[in-house]
Design a protein around this ligand. Structure first.
Ligand code: LIP
Length: 272
């Protein structure tokens, strides 16, 4: 099993790097930008990178399933329900606007649970990787979450759903509340990198509403195998089954969960 999983990880790393080169080559040139929604973009490089990743992995694992952001679900036929979950450019809005913060995100799920994860930032040449039960790495070196133990001393990140303009549950009240009880809250624009930055200690916590599996499947495993904690917004462990996520270094998770649910706090309690 280990040699099989090592092979899955090796192939995922290889295709993440080659896809990263494709999007790096396109970065900064004028793209064909299409709107999937008012603020939900897709570029020709999202599609080009995704086609490259899916065809590479399908050639090697023809019986596997694939769930990719732009092309959707391709069903396979393995008893273990092996499924690749792919975001060719996580941070597409940044990419389309020339802001240098985006990544390729690839995860392999077995029975809906991530077992292999790769997130590659082609501009910084940073490859984050994890295999279930093995420590997360950054360019091959082990990484661990931070030791920050109070929300007041933590640096967090979040994002906003694509329906932010129309939905009342748009995270703006959470953002303002958490800004007032932490060292700061960053909105960097790539869930996959937000999660990897927790895994290597650059951030202490993250939360976001209404993501897709391809945004968070790889980053969630990388956090867990770096000693962090990932739950859904209610603290449940089956985080990939729900669209809203909390991830942290573990030490601040309860305080972050509580701060995101002020309705559950007593009037006198302070957010620690
Ligand atoms: C993005 C996420 C980001 C979120 C954006 C979008 P995409 O993924 O990485 O965290 O705030 O709304 O979902 O669309 O660039 O793959």
């Amino acid at each position: 099993m280990e040699s099989e999983r090592s092979n899955f990880l090796r192939e995922a790393c290889k295709v993440a790097r080659s896809a990263g080169q494709i999007i790096r080559d396109g970065f900064g040139s004028i793209h064909k930008v299409e709107f999937k929604g008012e603020i939900d973009l897709v570029t020709d490089y999202d599609k080009k990178a995704e086609e490259h990743i899916v065809s590479y992995l399908q050639d090697r694992f023809p019986r596997h399933s694939f769930l990719a952001e732009e092309s959707g679900l391709i069903s396979g036929n393995t008893s273990r329900r092996l499924k690749w979950v792919i975001d060719p450019i996580d941070g597409t809005t940044n990419y389309a606007h020339g802001l240098p913060f985006f990544a390729v995100s690839i995860a392999l799920l077995e029975r809906d649970r991530p077992i292999v994860a790769v997130v590659f930032d082609p501009l910084r040449a940073e490859l984050f990787a994890a295999s279930l039960g093995h420590n997360s790495t950054l360019n091959g070196a082990s990484i661990r979450v931070s030791t920050i133990s109070s929300l007041d001393k933590s640096l967090l990140a979040t994002g906003f759903p694509y329906d932010v303009r129309s939905s009342k549950d748009n995270n703006l009240s959470h953002f303002s509340r958490l800004t007032l009880c932490t060292q700061g809250v960053r909105r960097l624009g790539s869930a996959a990198l937000d999660l990897c930055y927790i895994a290597c200690g650059r951030l202490d916590g993250y939360w976001e509403l209404r993501l897709h599996p391809w945004d968070m499947a790889a980053g969630g495993l990388i956090v867990a195998e770096a000693g962090g904690k990932t739950t859904d917004l209610n603290g449940e462990t089956d985080w990939l089954a729900n669209p809203s996520i909390i991830a942290s270094n573990g030490h601040i998770h309860a305080a972050l969960l509580s701060a995101l649910h002020p309705e559950t706090q007593s009037d006198t309690s302070d957010v620690q």
